[in-house]
Ligand binder design. Structure first.
Ligand SMILES: [Fe+2]
Ligand SMILES: [Fe+2]
Length: 136
């Protein structure tokens, strides 16, 4: 698995919920693949399906996560859903820009990186704590 864009770091990124960790790993795997092809100067025809794959996997992941934390007594559920919605909107904005220009931008990858670090470590981590307390 290519790790040149983003490396999974168990200690920093784990939510302590295995199913969600696995989904985050899958997201990172797609992002790394996309970044590899971007660096290799692949054209729109090759990048396009990867952008779509990332988009649809993101939708799926957010649904799984929301379904999961709805089963918990998780006070930040609605805030978290709103954050997902905003992230998805920003992603869609970048994807639409790509459709128009045929180019991905450094800003797009910066956005992905910030999402991974800030969202997984700062936001997703919280339902992990709640899930943990519940199972303890
Ligand atoms: Fe999340
Ligand atoms: Fe997540």
């Amino acid at each position: 698995m290519s790790e040149n864009f983003f490396k999974w770091d168990q200690e920093r990124l784990t939510t302590h919920v295995d199913a969600m960790d696995n989904e985050h790993k899958k997201l990172i795997e797609i992002m790394n693949r996309l970044h590899d092809r971007y660096e290799a100067k692949a054209g729109k025809a090759e990048l396009g399906p990867l952008v779509k794959e990332l988009g649809s996997w993101t939708v799926t992941h957010f649904q799984h996560e929301e379904r999961f934390f709805d089963t918990l007594d998780y006070p930040q559920a609605s805030v978290h859903k709103k954050i997902h919605k905003d992230l998805l909107e920003r992603f869609t904005g970048h994807a639409a820009e790509f459709e128009k220009t045929g180019h991905l931008t450094p800003e797009f990858f910066q956005f992905l990186k910030t999402w991974l670090t800030a969202h997984i470590m700062g936001i997703d981590h919280k339902y992990g704590e709640v899930a943990h307390k519940k199972s303890a």
